[in-house]
Unconditional design. Structure first.
Lengths: 150, 386
């Protein structure tokens, strides 16, 4: 995909550095609190339920479904319009905002509840982001919701 | 100080360590201190219902980080004095019964934000109060409120069958009120055809689903009822109030088809001893038509998912059964950002009987609801004539 100028990039912090590194390795990881047995995103080293620091990383399957979406008709310097953003509910539980992996989206292309999978998008040698693309119904077979320990 | 409800400190603590900690973030240090203070008090996070902080980029960024849903919150930021001042604010809130357990919390890295020269962490090199929005929203095509509000709207359409026509009803009705308001920015009539023909901004929102961009100031003055009765005009009493924040970034919105108004509204109506059916005039933040529609449901003016049916047939227009956004709202009257004060201005004028051509007859009880962020926070007021 042709790169346009001035796309805002994430600012890795001590709490999110590992997340962005995992993206570069093609893995979507998320935080899980051992004390509460709750998973959450965005990554925080403090659990947002109990405020303890007994947290671990888990690797997502990459599958989820569309929780909501919008199709934006105002371009940005780095992305042409129309483009879509989707809120994806991972099968493991947390919700993640992503760009839709498709040009010129129309409302008919995107359906609330439809299964999607994460695809990684290499921006440069330092940054890899992610998008959501549709999967066929056949491919969206049930997966373990426990995730896999990183 | 004679307090009806004496107030006391019960837990105090720092973060686990003090000193250079470049491997942690400011909010992480705040979280550690909060956990340690809870342990000192013998409390758990779910028992905290008030949040006071000058850390992070905003009080709801901190609230979201901690996974809190406070019923009272305060982000007063006057530098180093903030937390002592927060204590007085917490005292007042507890006095008034607006919250019971107040967390006053801080986290900051004056060392690390200076030592990382050249990195994105340093002052001038990035955002020292990096928020989830910077990393998890902006790189992914979000940047203005419309981007997020539109995403919630499509879910409501999918779950409840809400339609573009339902949004149009609100846009058309609101414009009719603007036509009766000499101060409204846009006063031309708006037809359903023009609404549907207007360009897309962020689907499912057309141009006419979105609030205006104007420049304006607005102010309101509140005093004791005793003092109010000695002043110029008929006092409009605040019978009940409520506030709520559930998240900052849209990924942490508990449910796309709900808003914090279900909490702030319940408190406001409950404290006022008023039910939604008794309201004569409502001013509900209309950042977008959908904001109004879902707020009608969340405040209890209609059932969940019934917002579309409620507004059909121009029910909220002049002459309709439910006078709503009678100034012409953010959509047609005025929206310089942070519309809430203008909702108050219109509600007060309606209850005073000062609204001329757009006066709602015999308006005695009013409801004001402000929605901010990306459905992140709401405040609700029930007002009545003295």
């Amino acid at each position: 995909m042709m790169q346009r100028p001035s796309r805002p990039l994430p600012v890795p912090t001590p709490e999110t550095e590992e997340f962005w590194q995992a993206c570069k390795e093609g893995r979507f990881i998320y935080r899980h609190c051992r004390h509460c047995d709750k998973s959450y995103h965005f990554p925080r080293s403090i659990c947002p339920t109990c405020w303890r620091s007994d947290v671990e990383w888990r690797t997502a399957s990459g599958r989820g479904h569309i929780y909501g979406y919008a199709i934006h008709h105002r371009a940005r310097p780095w992305i042409a319009a129309p483009y879509a953003t989707v809120m994806v509910t991972l099968v493991e539980g947390p919700r993640v905002l992503m760009l839709w992996d498709g040009d010129n989206p129309t409302p008919g292309d995107i359906t609330v509840g439809a299964p999607v999978e994460i695809v990684f998008e290499k921006i440069d040698d330092d940054v890899t982001l992610y998008r959501a693309r549709p999967v066929s119904v056949d491919a969206a077979a049930p997966v373990s919701v426990a995730g896999v320990s990183a | 100080m004679e307090l009806a409800k004496p107030v006391a400190f019960v837990g105090v603590a720092e973060s686990d360590h003090i000193g250079p900690q470049p491997d942690k973030t400011a909010l992480q240090l705040l979280g550690e201190a909060a956990r340690n203070a809870l342990d000192d008090a013998g409390l758990e996070p779910y028992e905290v219902d008030g949040l006071f902080t000058a850390a992070g980029s905003s009080v709801y960024a901190v609230s979201e980080y901690l996974g809190l849903r406070p019923r009272y919150f305060d982000g007063t930021n006057v530098g180093g004095s903030s937390y002592v001042i927060h204590t007085q604010h917490a005292l007042a809130a507890i006095q008034a019964g607006l919250c019971e357990v107040a967390l006053i919390a801080h986290g900051r890295q004056n060392f690390s934000t200076r030592s990382r020269a050249g990195s994105s962490w340093a002052f001038g090199g990035g955002d020292p109060f990096e928020t989830a929005s910077v990393s998890f929203e902006r790189p992914f095509g979000m940047g203005e409120p419309v981007n997020g509000y539109a995403m919630a709207a499509t879910r409501h359409m999918a779950l409840y069958g809400t339609t573009h026509d339902d949004f149009a009803e609100i846009a058309v009705a609101t414009r009719k009120w603007a036509q009766l308001n000499p101060k409204a920015f846009i006063r031309d009539p708006l037809s359903f055809e023009e609404y549907h023909a207007s360009r897309w901004i962020s689907y499912p929102f057309h141009l006419y689903d979105c609030c205006l961009l104007t420049d304006a100031g607005g102010a309101a003055i509140v005093t004791s009822l005793e003092r109010a009765r000695s002043l110029k005009k008929r006092p409009i009493r605040i019978l009940g109030s409520g506030e709520s924040t559930t998240h900052q970034t849209i990924a942490n919105m508990p449910d796309f088809t709900q808003t914090p108004a279900r909490y702030s509204g319940k408190e406001a109506f409950g404290r006022a001893g008023v039910s939604p059916g008794e309201i004569d005039v409502a001013e509900l933040y209309d950042s977008f038509t959908y904001t109004v529609l879902v707020t009608l449901e969340e405040l209890g003016f209609c059932g969940k998912g019934e917002g579309g049916a409620f507004v059909r047939g121009q029910r909220t227009a002049p002459g309709g059964e439910f006078p709503l956004n009678t100034s012409g709202g953010g959509i047609s009257y005025n929206h310089p950002g942070y519309l809430g004060v203008f909702l108050i201005i219109e509600a007060v004028r309606q209850l005073r009987g000062e609204c001329g051509d757009r006066q709602v007859k015999d308006a005695e009880l009013g409801c004001v609801n402000g929605t901010g962020g990306t459905f992140s926070a709401t405040g609700t007021l029930i007002l009545g004539r003295d």
